[in-house]
Design a protein around this ligand. Structure first.
Ligand code: CTP
Ligand code: MG
Length: 316
């Protein structure tokens, strides 16, 4: 078992450090890409204001602006109306269908698909020029709060940001990054990482939601050791049977306290406290996800660990 492994050698740590920074530079979007996304948003906003909804406003959230975006990450877009005082009263499915009809008339986008009956109704589409996929949802204001929270954590420590790319890449390569197919969302993996970085010794991140005055932490540990520590934390130490991953407070939160005993992986949303992001994960998937953490740790202990288990450059 992994727990009997010796700690990584200095050489392994050095190579793994290089791997972490390569993953970051390979996948983080270049600075101008933010502008590309912003321009795309403004063009679409203009069009729908003229064609269908004069007070429409589009705002980006998710990884396009939380500091953990990949070059090919989708655009998560929130639609609101400047003149709407009661968003609860909106007929969301109806708006989604009308929005889809409008978007179909825009030449530079294709694959416009309304999903109006989902719990969160959305329109999906693809941008012809950049090939980027996008989703528009309505009044997803909580997601805007958690986007800002993640963005703040990403800015606090560059190691947190780099490791965020590592965990998302691992989850995407291993096909355990799709909540609609019984695993966990990218967002949930980022929360797992933040939770670990708040608790490793010395801590890398503070608990922003219960912050004391001095939030600066010493930088004593390098990124590779943290990555190994993170994989060990969830592969071996974290008590998934009893505890909840909860980044809003330092005190341990039990599944019992949340009445989430039936859940195999419990991850509390930091704003919507009743939401368990692991609620849809079944026993087999939960153990597969945990084994993925263990296996990656083992993989990194090979003599030359500066590679990933699969051809990661090719993944989409
Ligand atoms: N979100 C949420 N609750 C969830 C899932 C997602 O609040 N259960 C919000 C988060 O703000 C998340 C955003 O929706 O960042 C977009 O989700 P998704 O596209 O799945 O993840 P991203 O963080 O954008 O990552 P990726 O790069 O994989 O697109
Ligand atoms: Mg996204």
């Amino acid at each position: 078992p992994a727990r009997q492994l010796p700690p990584p050698t200095a050489k392994q740590v050095q190579l793994l450090d290089r791997l972490c920074s390569d993953v970051f530079s390979d996948w983080a979007p270049p600075a101008h890409e933010y502008q590309v996304r912003e321009n795309m948003l403004r063009t679409i906003e203009d069009f729908i204001r003229h064609q269908a909804f004069p007070s429409a406003r589009l705002t980006l959230f998710g990884s396009s602006c939380n500091g953990f975006g990949f070059r090919n990450s989708d655009l998560d877009i929130c639609l609101t109306f400047d003149d709407c005082s009661d968003p609860q009263s909106l007929d969301q499915p109806d708006i989604i269908l009308k929005l889809a009809e409008t978007l179909k008339r825009l030449r530079f986008i294709y694959n416009v698909i309304p999903i109006s009956t989902a719990k969160v109704p959305i329109v999906k589409f693809t941008d012809r020029r950049s090939r980027l996929e996008a989703d528009i949802s309505l009044y997803n204001t909580l997601a805007q709060h958690n986007t800002l929270l993640l963005h703040t954590y990403a800015k606090l420590d560059s190691r947190a940001r780099i490791l965020g790319y590592m965990v998302k890449l691992m989850a995407k390569i291993c096909d355990i990054c799709d909540a609609s197919r019984g695993s966990l969302s990218s967002y949930a993996y980022t929360l797992l990482l933040i939770y670990y970085l708040q608790r490793c010794k010395p801590a890398v991140l503070p608990v922003l939601q219960e912050l004391d005055a001095d939030s600066r932490r010493p930088r004593l540990v390098d990124g590779a050791d943290l990555w190994i520590g993170f994989l060990r934390f969830y592969g071996e130490h974290f008590d998934f049977e009893r505890n909840v991953v909860c980044i809003r407070r330092m005190e341990v939160l039990s599944k019992f306290e949340k009445l989430w005993n039936g859940s195999f992986i419990a991850i509390e949303d930091p704003f919507l406290l009743s939401h368990n992001l692991g609620g849809g994960v079944r026993r087999k998937m939960a153990s597969f996800i945990r084994r993925t953490f263990l296996l990656w740790r083992l993989h990194h202990m090979r003599p030359i660990p500066n590679s990933l288990p699969h051809g990661y450059r090719d993944f989409r």
